[in-house]
Design a protein around this ligand. Sequence first.
Ligand code: ATP
Length: 312
Amino acid sequence: MLMKIVQISGLRKNFGKIEAIRNIDLDIEQGEFFGLLGPNGAGKTTTINVLSTVLKPNAGEVKINGFDLLKNPFNCKQSIGIVPQELALYNELSAKENLLFWGGLYGITGIKARNRAEELLKIFELTDRGNSLIKTFSGGMKRRINIAAAMLHRPEILMMDEPTVGIDPQSRNQIYDVLSDFSKNGVTIIYTTHYMDEVEKICSRIGIIDHGEIIAKGTLEELRRITGSAETIVIHFERKNDQELQKMKNEFGELITVFDDKIIFSTDNVSRDLPMLIEKCAASCISLTHIALEQISLETVFLSLTGRKLRE
Ligand code: ATP
């Protein structure tokens, strides 16, 4: 059986009257690529900050790599690499110097640190920029060095707080590839994001967090099953009739969601529901431009759990 490398029970964290984490129970197994998905203010950063010993919890128990977070913070810290939301790099130092600096903080120095820095520069395809100052790097390159810095001491667990915000798709894909390799090599990854497509693509298990609580967790397949539907029919329209759309919402309740220019309908029987919807739209003077069948997305899962869009 795989080891539970992160064990969280009854975790709470308040900021005055704000309950940033209300009650989190969560176990993460060694080698999992765990995505913590939630809207702004859900409690993702606070969770990462507590797990990485930056913040003290108000209640609860956390074990990291078998060590108790409050009784043995030093061993917990040594077990994790942290990639914070804000870049933690020195602009006036080169990429390599930044890596060596972070290694030094974890007691990795000398030839061992230099070799590891070279290895990480290669992994992140930045070998030829190792001696360039960070201030000359693009946002995506800085992000890659930031992750490399967190991996210098070969932690068992990598905790990342929205590491791909604001970077180009190419850098983002490169980061996914490297993380996937780390994960295959047994590194446990905890990854927070509000991008659903990221977790759908890269995470082996997902926790959906909202208002400081994990409201659902499981594999993508398990989460999709929460909605009780197999697929969604997505109908794009160009001319709408608000009154008629409202009537459809009243008729179908939570099966139907209307975004700006599309209707999303959850179904377990496409051949029954698709003709019915087309007929309804025609009768309601809603003129269709495009129809697609899609698998249930995490957006739909979030909506069915909370009644809200993930990015309101
Ligand atoms: P985001 O994606 O916007 O970073 P998040 O899911 O990471 O959101 P947190 O930053 O953990 O959410 O915030 C959770 C709640 O705690 C929010 O209501 C936030 O305003 C509050 N909060 C976070 N840090 C502090 C603080 N230092 N002082 C007071 N309130 C805080």
